[in-house]
Design a protein around this ligand. Structure first.
Ligand code: GLN
Length: 516
């Protein structure tokens, strides 16, 4: 990516915020810039655009500059540092951090500062990555627009009237607004890939178990997966290698070497996909999909063919039922996970005035602490798990989950990766789907199967839709433990698309110098 376009505002500190993480890493390594300079430039950018974007819930200028200073010191002292040491990052507010609050976008946890760091945060710190702050999200990661945050919506930098996707809209908006070159998200049903698609950025859901869930506040434990977000495939790969790897603190963490995703991204960028078999998922196109999304997808498939890939159509007949199964499994697990917010152990406590019973305090707290969508999920999940209904709902959904996994297994006997649009539409308007849960749920139609199967998947920018000029994403899906395939194909596609379009998509994002 040639992202040195500095825009009308010109060079200096602003130019640093236009660089990719790998470009910043090279300049930091050569000593051309310091981590403190890089961090300060990003903090200034955050200050300038946050009134319009609202990507962050918490920014810690002092701590960020302190971390940058340490990275500079380590480098100067010749201590072995990670390639990303000194590069700034935006962290989704669902990972615990000892030096900043962790709210999950909920009033329930407002102001809660956890007593321990999540493994992801700890690994970022160890690598010298500079955490700028915590990003906005749908409450407890339930949603597709970030409108379910108790602390207000985040605006899509491509069009401030539109949503940045969700639940990790803050992380993706921060990337698209050039507030941070790297971000971390979590993907339970699409919350990394869907926001990436609608903000013209890259987002990866690693294989389930590839990135530790220790200190990731649980929504649906059998689906939740942290992963890297960036403006380029290579940046996401470099970040992937920092956060991935076995963690004894997470019993579902994979005990195997971290996949060589950076090498795969570099290999892919050479643009040769000969010998790679790509399956187009027949079920993910047609009715209900925006025209520009389908056009972009057709062009993407042509590009993959031109790069030498062997493209075939593949049918995954049970993907059609994945959304329905997800909306039983995820709420069921959430109803159990969120029971811990009982007014006793964490955060909010309402009505504890000595006159009320413990039960009254619990119920008042949960009534006032949770937003409407979280309550809907808890009720749905409690119902699906209740005696007499368990087999008909939860049990049935688990069977569908198995059938979806079998569809993938059959497809991956024939092809190396599957592709589809990441989302059926581009970013919708703020408020447009807020009162229609079903319309909101449909945003994750294409992303959910990979979560149910525990597979790896990526969204990579795929141009702008002709009718609204908004970003579209291409989804690439790989089998579990084959994350490197995403990076090889994603990087090849990115390079070819950038070459055809005369530059990276993200460089066409409107300038946001003027606060609204
Ligand atoms: N939008 C989906 C939901 O609301 C997925 C969320 C996620 O991946 N965290 O559940």
């Amino acid at each position: 990516m040639t992202s040195t376009t500095s825009g009308p505002e010109g060079g200096g500190a602003t130019e640093l915020t236009r660089l990719t993480a790998s470009e910043l890493a090279a300049r930091l390594a050569s000593g051309e810039v310091s981590a403190v300079e890089v961090t300060r430039a990003h903090l200034d950018r955050v200050e300038a655009v946050e009134p319009a974007v609202g990507a962050f819930l918490h920014v810690d200028r002092r701590e960020a500059l302190e971390a940058a200073r340490r990275a500079d010191e380590d480098r100067a002292a010749g201590r072995a540092v990670s390639p990303l040491a000194g590069v700034p990052l935006a962290l989704k507010d669902v990972f615990t951090t000892t030096d900043m609050p962790t709210t999950c976008g909920s009033k329930m946890l407002e102001g809660w500062v956890p007593p321990y760091d999540s493994t992801v945060a700890a690994r970022l710190r160890e690598a010298g990555v500079v955490i700028l702050g915590k990003t906005n999200m749908d409450e407890f990661a339930m949603g597709s627009s970030t409108e379910n945050s108790a602390f207000g919506a985040t605006h899509n930098p491509w069009d401030l009237e539109r949503v940045p996707g969700g639940s990790g809209g803050g992380s993706s908006a921060a990337l698209a607004a050039f507030e941070a070159p790297l971000a971390i998200g979590t993907d339970t049903g699409g919350s990394i890939r869907q926001p990436a698609a609608v903000t013209g950025t890259v987002g990866v859901k690693p294989t389930y178990g590839g990135v530790s869930r220790y200190g990731l506040v649980a929504f649906s434990s059998s689906l939740d997966q942290g992963g890297p977000c960036g403006r380029t495939v290579l940046d996401a790969a470099m970040l992937h290698e920092v956060i991935a790897g076995h963690d004894p603190m997470d019993s579902t963490s994979i005990d195997a070497p971290v996949p060589g995703v950076t090498a795969a991204a570099k290999e892919g960028a050479a643009g040769d996909l000969r010998g790679v078999r790509v399956g187009v998922v027949r079920e993910f196109s047609g009715e209900g999909y925006q025209r520009g999304v389908l056009d972009s997808f057709r062009t993407a498939v042509e590009t993959l063919t031109e790069l030498g890939a062997e493209v075939v159509e593949v049918s995954c007949p049970h993907f059609e039922y994945a959304l329905g199964a997800y909306y039983l499994i995820a709420p069921s697990e959430c109803s159990s996970n969120l029971a811990r917010f009982d007014a006793m152990r964490y955060g909010l406590r309402v009505g504890d005035d000595g006159d009320r019973s413990t039960e009254e305090v619990m119920s008042l707290t949960r009534e006032q602490g949770f937003g409407a969508e979280v309550k809907r999920r808890i009720m749905l999940g409690t119902y699906a798990l209740s005696s007499g209904y368990y087999d008909a709902y939860y049990g049935q959904a688990q069977k569908v989950r198995t059938l979806v996994s079998r569809d993938f297994a059959a497809a991956f006997e024939r092809v190396d990766v599957l592709v589809s649009p990441t989302t059926p539409t581009t970013a919708f308007r703020i408020g447009e789907r807020a009162d229609d849960p079903m319309a909101m749920y449909l945003a994750d139609l294409c992303t959910i199967p990979s979560n149910l199967a525990g597979n790896a998947a990526m969204s990579v920018p795929s141009g702008l839709a002709a009718e609204d000029g908004l970003p579209v994403g291409l989804q690439i899906m790989a089998p579990a433990m084959a994350d490197e395939r995403l990076y090889r194909v994603g990087a090849a596609y990115e390079a070819a698309r950038n070459a055809a379009a005369g530059g990276a998509l993200i460089d066409r994002v409107p300038q946001l110098e003027v606060a609204r």
